[in-house]
Design a protein around this ligand. Structure first.
Ligand code: URA
Length: 200
């Protein structure tokens, strides 16, 4: 084994260890789920919060919504280990309720640091909470499938791509087609960003 292959040698793994002992909000005491994937990914996917299965396994998006996410990725020629997957908040809210503004705020430095370390070219925002975290005031129904460039304090200029949350598409069948169509735009969008053709 090479020295740098040791677990927790990578900055992203060290960060995950710190996230696991976070006590910055009322959700602490649970089992935080930091995120997983390629620490050099060109695309980062950001969901809302871990659910029960994610909390038990310590991995994001492994339940029903995760299986749909895997399928959507596979359909556009991507696998989970090529991208980085995380959430706006790292702990499961009780009864899977929506994250509170103060919980999102408490988790802000963790997600910001993950973005700083991975430095993705494109961030796919899964659902309204991820959208609201970076682009407050926009409605997911208006902006899904439309790339948005924004200056984020402390992080610089980022290209975001909002889409419906996979869980929403599971209980609202009408969202499945737009979600699939939006995912199909991702490879071309990434190519354009990398080639410097977007934003034009
Ligand atoms: N939903 C999310 O937003 N994140 C997960 O990790 C799982 C389900």
């Amino acid at each position: 084994m090479h020295l740098s292959d040791k677990p927790y040698d990578k900055p992203i793994d060290k960060l995950a260890e710190r996230i696991k002992s976070c006590d910055w909000c009322r959700l602490s005491g649970g089992r935080p789920v930091a995120g997983e994937g390629n620490p050099r990914a060109q695309i980062m996917f950001i969901g809302e919060a871990p659910g029960r299965q994610e909390e038990l396994a310590g991995r994001p998006f492994i339940g029903a919504a995760g299986r749909l996410l895997n399928q959507l990725l596979h359909d556009i020629g991507l696998e989970r280990d090529e991208v980085y997957i995380t959430n706006v908040i790292k702990c499961r809210p009780p009864e899977n309720r929506d994250p509170l503004p103060e919980e999102i705020e408490a988790c802000r430095p963790w997600l910001d640091e993950q973005i700083r370390l991975v430095r993705p070219r494109l961030i796919v925002l899964l659902g309204k909470h991820a959208l609201g975290r970076f682009l407050p005031g926009l409605k997911i129904s208006n902006v899904h499938g439309r790339p948005q460039q924004a200056e984020v304090p402390g992080l610089g200029s980022i290209v975001f791509f909002p889409v419906y949350h996979p869980a929403s598409a599971l209980y609202n069948k009408g969202m499945r087609t737009p979600l699939e169509e939006d995912f199909r735009k991702i490879p071309d969008l990434l190519r354009s960003i990398v080639a410097g053709r977007w934003p034009s």
